[in-house]
Structures are given as C-alpha cells and as structure tokens.
Design a protein around this ligand. Structure first.
Ligand code: SAM
Ligand code: SF4
Length: 336
C-alpha cells in the first residue's frame, strides 16, 4: 500500500473534522440473525443489481483516497458471505493512499478465508462474539457456530492480524452474566475484548428498552474482580476506551455511543451495499453515489459531491438511551 502526502482538498466537514475513514458494506445479507440486528426471517434484501460491483467500489475508493481517506473497514451484513472477497481486498489494497484495510465479521467463515484475505492485503480483523456459551450463542444469533468463531479468533491471532479485536454487545438479562468471563478471556488471550452499548434501532426496540447496560456499569463490574489500568489500547483509531490487567495478555475496552458519545472525534462515513453514502452511523441523510457512478459522472464531479456532502454531515447522532423515535425518520437524500 502506498502513501499520498499532498492533498489539495482533504475531506473536512462543517465542524472541522477530517474524514479519513470509510466503512464499506459489501452486502446486506448475513448467515446469522443476531437478536439486536435482524429479525429471524431476515430483511427485505437489496436486489442483486443494486449492489455495487467490486469495480464500482474500487472506483469510489480511488475517489475517496484522492480526498484523504486512508483507512477502510469492510463490513456488512456479513462481509464473508460475499463471494470472492479477497479479490476486492486486493483491489482496494492497490489503491494509492490506502494504508489500512480492516474487516468486521461474525467469524463464522473467517478461519477458512483468512489466509487469502491476509495475502490480499487485509491488515486487521474485528470479530463479533456476544457469548462464550454454545447454547446461548444459538439463542442470541439464532444459528449455531460458537466453535467456528473461537477457532477464527485463534487463527487470527496466530496469523498476526493483530490487534485482534472482539466486539461484544452487552445486554442485561441476556449475556451480562458473562461480562466477567469475557474479561478473563481477555486476560488469557492476546485480544482486545470491546463491550459495545446496545444501540436502539428499528429491529430491536423492545429489547433495547430493557436490556441496555452502560459502559460505566460494565467497567465497574469488571473492576470488582480485576484491577483495571487505563491503557492507550491497540492501534486502529476507534472510539473505544481501553483498560489492561496487571498480569494479562489482552485488554478490554468499552464503546459507548450512548452514554459517552464520541461524535466530536468522528472521522468516518459509511458506504452502503447499494452505494449510498451515509454521513453518520445512524444519520438521516445520504448521498446516492451509485446513481452518480452509473450515470457516468467524472471523478472530479464525484469529489465535488463528497465535499458538498461534508457540509451536511450532522454534528452528532440522535440515538438516546431508551428512545428510538429519531431512528424512525425516513432517510432523506442529499444532492440529488
Ligand atoms: N456481521 C459483522 C459482525 O457482526 O461483526 C459485521 C456487521 S455488524 C452490523 C457490525 C457490528 O455492529 C457487530 O459487532 C455487531 O455486534 C454490532 N451491532 C449490530 N447491531 C447493533 C446494535 N443494535 N447495537 C450495538 N451493536 C450492534
Ligand atoms: Fe447483524 Fe453482524 Fe449479527 Fe449478522 S452477524 S445479524 S450483520 S450483527
């Protein structure tokens, strides 16, 4: 991967935040049905021809890189259900300016695909895991698979995809009795276990109302059994706060979009699988980049659109604990 030093117009929003991180969803489909994310029957999947091709994603990433985006995260849905993902990683790793390509995955298909992904230029992995108990895995993900995920975590550590980060959505009454077990796992393995606050979205309104646990409570519960020391945390520029153990291999972190939001440090935007640029994790407005691409717009025109979109990137998200009404607002399109 090569570095570009000079940029005329790095992407900067109206609040002087430099945007150098693009999260790319390569599919809306998934091989799990986590209770906080998708209904058991799945979603109304995006039609195949509406999904961006690898070539379209690469073209957009070139444009983003030319205005200062340096880090990519490939996500979904579950990105590993998209066929031939290592080919895309290789294409993106070859884009001038891209310095880092991370993957967010549920880990089910990772062990098998990891060598090809690393060979293609993947630099980091985040693996989601909400329980260390098989019976509970099926209850929370509505599919079996714990052994595959644990094997993928071990394989990632062995393959040097460090720092291997684990994401665990903490839910009262569902998995909060495992907070301490996850902390022990982080002590014993070279991983960063990050607890994420449950975010209220339209798929999980009932659950989010009573299962929310704040990051401070999670840290208090771990501190009651382990002495935690704040640490800088692994590289990766994320919003987590990290803590180490006096005698442990890994670290634990908390990601608290609700109780302590990190919007003032936001450096990211998201590209959906069907080519819409969302300016905020749960923002209302988006830019239809797929249409611009398919209508044959030039790189220069696409750059102008990105710069214009930066002016309407919201200052902060509108998620609130125990409230999801703002999520129900229709997405509106900007820039035509
Ligand atoms: N399928 C991949 C995975 O599970 O890692 C990538 C996509 S998933 C949407 C990305 C992350 O968002 C996962 O760690 C998941 O646990 C988390 N997530 C999804 N819905 C959430 C919610 N309502 N609240 C908090 N975290 C959520
Ligand atoms: Fe959602 Fe990821 Fe769970 Fe799939 S694995 S249902 S995308 S959180």
């Amino acid at each position: 991967m090569k570095t570009i030093d000079l940029l005329d117009r790095p992407l900067t929003d109206a609040f002087a935040r430099r945007i150098d991180y693009l999260r790319i969803s390569v599919t809306d489909k998934c091989n799990l049905r986590c209770i906080y994310c998708m209904p058991a029957e799945g979603l109304a999947w995006i039609e195949r021809e509406q999904i961006l091709s690898f070539e379209e994603i690469e073209r957009l990433v070139r444009v983003f890189a030319s205005v200062g985006v340096r880090k990519l995260r490939i996500s979904g849905g579950e990105p590993l259900v998209r066929r031939d993902l290592p080919r895309l990683v290789g294409m993106l790793a070859a884009v001038d300016g891209i310095e880092e390509i991370a993957l967010s995955t549920n880990g089910i298909l990772l062990e098998e695909q990891l060598p090809a992904l690393m060979e293609a230029g993947l630099t980091r992995v985040n693996i989601s895991l909400d329980t260390l108990r098989e019976d509970r895995f099926e209850a929370l993900a509505r599919r079996p698979g714990l052994a595959s995920v644990l094997a993928a975590i071990d394989a990632s550590v062995r393959a040097g995809a460090r720092p291997v980060k684990m994401n665990c959505v903490a839910m009262r009454g569902r998995n909060d009795d495992e907070i301490e077990a996850f902390a022990r796992y982080a002590r014993e393995h070279e991983v960063a276990v990050r607890f994420i606050e449950l975010m209220p979205v339209h798929e999980n309104l009932g659950l989010a109302a009573d299962a929310f646990i704040g990051a401070d409570e999670i840290l208090e519960r771990i501190a009651a059994i382990e002495s935690l020391v704040p640490v800088a945390g692994p590289p990766g520029n994320g919003p987590a706060r990290y803590f180490g153990f006096a005698d442990g291999a890994g670290t634990i972190g908390v990601i608290s979009p609700l109780s302590h939001d990190y919007c003032e440090r936001c450096n990211r935007v998201r590209l959906t699988a069907d080519g819409r640029l969302r300016l905020c994790l749960f923002g209302e407005n988006h830019l239809n980049l797929k249409r611009a691409l398919r209508e044959g717009e030039s790189d220069e025109r696409l750059r102008e659109r990105l710069n214009a979109a930066m002016l309407v990137k919201p200052e902060r998200h509108h998620l609130r604990i125990g409230e999801a009404a703002s999520q129900m607002r229709a997405f509106s399109e900007i820039g035509g």
